[in-house]
Ligand binder design. Structure first.
Ligand code: PCA
Length: 214
């Protein structure tokens, strides 16, 4: 099969005492799919500062995707959160999966304070809500490993002038993660997988080519 290009989806390993991560669960379901002529390639990455970003960069070199969407769990949220901005700051409130807990640290010394997502964030959110999937634009991906990967990937693509769109999507817990957490929101795996499919379809849509964010 001949593809127009590739979309790389990454998802994190479980962290913070959880045994699953909805991000890697959903991303893995899309591995090898063909969407609008694009091949979806996926990579599960460690929830570890540094190593996570290196794994994404290695996958970019290997697959040469035209779109990279990293996906992470945001435990407190009820909606799909399409992130608009990555900031140059590591400030972890809990250790990562290898015990690292950077505080007040730049991700790239001397790098820009922030990068905008180069995905069409508003059209993605509109497509999601139009499909009755709760979603909103988020203006912070936090300062933990998710923001770290989002910023480091954006910086890597900018510095190497790669023709790659970069974005990040946070997803809620799966229902199985909240059975003993009263009042904590969750979203079904089916809905999260459907949301990622929609995000990919909008990101690769010819209508979005040359669509600048601002
Ligand atoms: N969520 C964390 C890191 C890994 C993940 O899935 C975050 O929001 O930073």
């Amino acid at each position: 099969m001949l593809f127009v290009g590739r979309v790389l989806l990454t998802g994190f390993e479980p962290f913070g005492g959880e045994t699953v991560n909805p991000a890697s669960r959903a991303v893995s379901r899309l591995a090898g799919k063909s969407m609008d002529g694009y091949e979806v390639v996926t990579k599960v990455i460690p929830t570890v500062f540094g190593k996570s970003a290196q794994a994404v960069q290695q996958a970019i070199r290997e697959f040469e995707p035209s779109v990279v969407i990293s996906v992470g769990q945001a435990g407190s949220t009820h909606s799909i959160r399409v992130e608009r901005v990555a900031v140059n700051l590591d400030d972890a409130s809990i250790p990562d999966n290898e015990g690292n807990q950077p505080r007040d640290a730049a991700i790239a010394a001397g790098g820009p304070v922030a990068y905008w997502s180069t995905l069409p964030v508003r059209p993605i959110v509109e497509a999601l809500t139009g499909s009755m999937i709760p979603a909103y634009i988020s203006y912070t991906a936090g300062t933990y490993v998710c923001n770290h990967v989002f910023y480091a990937t954006s910086h890597f693509v900018a510095v190497n002038r790669l023709p790659v769109k970069v974005g990040f999507i946070h997803v809620p817990y799966l229902p199985e993660q909240v059975v003993r957490k009263p009042h904590v929101p969750s979203m079904s795996e089916e809905m999260i997988v459907g949301a990622l499919e929609i995000a990919v379809a909008v990101a690769v849509s010819p209508k979005m080519h040359g669509n600048s964010q601002l």
